[in-house]
Design a protein around this ligand. Structure first.
Ligand SMILES: [Zn+2]
Ligand SMILES: [Zn+2]
Length: 257
């Protein structure tokens, strides 16, 4: 069974989806689901994107099944490696996504992050932080939405083109491959054919550098977003010779397509 391995329910600051709604939608689509609540310690906005992880397991622990798994999406920052490692080590997660959402204490969703700066500068910093974090965050399973910055960047062409950032991307993808981590195919932006065309060379390059595994996740905050563009994502994986997996008990399980 294919799993949607990235979604947010009510423990995530910006989601109101209930676990019942997510589970029902997963069943309807014939997909397993992994809940990955958003934990960004010391987020620039007070009280945002943190949640009580013990309460999460108390509330959802009994819902765990062979088609519903419990994970977390961690915001990676160089100054919080130990704190995040402790959270992961202290709880029985099935799956841990490592993501970059905050750079220099600025939420990269914010317009200020892009003001008076070039794309080369901003994206260089983004991939630089990603590379550095992958050094310390050896306790993640998959790198979340490598193209996240393109969702919000205020440039004429915000797309992540492999050729434009080849050296920085090679460093990130090479380190990920070397550590046998998965690279997420985040389906949020796959509705646009140009985006798919831009992302494909990145996944090809990951394979060339020795990467083998991908996780597929919608980043859903609403039931209707679960499983979106999954056929496209599995086609992308196959085209690149990458194996879709989901993680149970922190171990990769192959998906039969
Ligand atoms: Zn994220
Ligand atoms: Zn997310």
């Amino acid at each position: 069974m294919l799993y949607d391995t990235h979604m947010h329910t009510r423990f995530s600051t910006d989601s109101r989806m209930t676990i019942e709604e997510a589970a029902a939608r997963g069943r309807e689509l014939g997909l397993g689901i992994t809940i990955t609540e958003h934990l960004d310690l010391d987020f620039p906005a007070p009280e945002a994107f943190v949640f009580d992880v013990d309460e999460y397991f108390r509330a959802y622990g009994d819902r765990r099944s062979d088609r519903l798994l419990l994970g977390v999406e961690i915001g990676m920052r160089g100054d919080l490696v130990r704190e995040n490692a402790a959270v992961v080590a202290g709880h029985p997660f099935d799956f841990v996504i490592g993501s970059i959402h905050v750079i220099d204490r600025i939420d990269i969703y914010q317009e200020d992050f892009y003001l008076r700066r070039t794309k080369a500068e901003v994206y260089g910093q983004y991939f630089g932080q990603m590379f550095e974090c992958l050094g310390g965050y050896d306790f993640i399973d998959s790198l979340g939405h490598i193209d996240y910055i393109a969702r919000y960047a205020r440039f004429e062409d915000p797309e992540v083109h492999y050729a434009e950032f080849a050296a920085a991307l090679d460093a990130v993808l090479g380190r990920l491959a070397e550590r046998e981590k998965a690279l997420e195919i985040n389906t949020r932006r796959l509705g646009d054919a140009d985006t798919v065309a831009a992302l494909l060379p990145i996944y090809h390059r990951f394979r060339q550098l020795g990467g083998r595994l991908v996780t597929v996740g919608s980043d859903a905050h609403r039931p209707a977003e679960i499983g979106k563009h999954f056929a496209l994502a599995t086609d992308m994986a196959q085209a690149c010779g990458l194996r879709p997996v989901y993680y149970r008990d922190r171990k990769p399980e192959y998906v039969k397509l």
